[in-house]
Design a protein around this ligand. Sequence first.
Ligand SMILES: [Fe+2]
Length: 306
Amino acid sequence: MTTRETAAQRTTPEDITAAVTASFAGAADARLREVMQALVRHLHAFATEVRLTEEEWRAAIATLTATGEITDAHRQEFILWSDALGLSMLVDAMANLRPPGATESTVLGPFYVPGAPRREYGESIAAEPAGTPAWVHGHVRDLDGDPIAGAELDVWQNGADRLYAVQKPEGPEDHLRGRFRSRDDGSYAFLAVRPVPYPIPDDGPVGHMLATTGRHPWRPAHIHMIVRAEGYRTVTTHVFDAASEYLDSDAVFAVKPSLLREIVPRGADDPERPNGVDGEWASLECDFVLVAGDDAAEVSDPGRTA
Ligand SMILES: [Fe+2]
């Protein structure tokens, strides 16, 4: 090639993408190579599709910088991005495909703290008054409908003040959380409170994105559960109040129709009123169906948004 030909040769956007993709060809780890090359291809395709401007690129860098600055041991803004953009749910869906009839998974969420106290059948998880008492009960079964005895239900939820115990360091640590075991017939029960909708933390870059795009930060009312049993795959899920606001616009896209349950209001004079309840209460029935398999029993705490 002559000097004149070289000078006339223009470098195109495609040349840049090809060069960056090729730069990973020598990566010894085949999976890392695949991931990095696909990341570059899609990132470049995205910038090309929207004709990303220099000003927009600078704004994106500033947003990532702000995300890093607001993130600490109690606040994980990067995972909040993942949640608010639906990536957390997508990864969960790919990792936890279950056959029809099995309880579906959904996101772990930011407020799980391992090591909740073990509690007896029917015991309350509320260390102090926290809302309308709700009797949560049902069975843990396998795909054939047979009961699973000794399954662990690891439960946590917010109170009527919208907050989880982990958000109130001054309050009792074991408030609104606990671990229960299913009985020989697979039945379980505990006394919770009626959950209420709550906003995800919206005072940072993710909140700014929600506000400027016309989205809201709210999540519909739900109770979190992790159900584990020896010889079965662990399921991390929520039970949603079927009458809650925001079911059709959950800020983190965690709602699945199979996870909706009716919370039935009950009167003070209802003969089924549980021990320790005065006045109005509610009941929620929910069965869990586990799939046979092996799993590490513990869910790791990813240290998410506080
Ligand atoms: Fe939650």
